[in-house]
Write a new protein. Structure first.
Length: 84
């Protein structure tokens, strides 16, 4: 394999890695996870027949997850500074 082919393969791999990174921080991914969590918790609450407002209480794990995705970039930034 010659150098030009290797460079092309490396660039293609880098594009795939960049796309994966973009997916990891995308709003679409976060909202999809929120919806899945909501449905699972809602079904669980229906299954155990709680007498509380299951639609509202099913939002609690989603809110926690969503806030954790918002705060992690800040934590990562602090972590990077401390590691240098």
């Amino acid at each position: 394999m010659n150098t030009e082919e290797e460079i092309i393969k490396i660039k293609e791999r880098n594009k795939a890695v960049e796309a994966d990174k973009a997916w990891e921080v995308s709003l679409t991914r976060k909202l999809t996870i929120c919806i899945i969590i909501y449905v699972v918790v809602l079904l669980y609450n229906l299954l155990i027949s709680t007498k509380i407002n299951i639609y509202l209480t099913s939002l609690i794990p989603i809110i926690g997850y969503f806030f954790s995705t918002l705060s992690l970039p800040l934590v990562r930034k602090i972590w990077r500074k401390k590691r240098k």
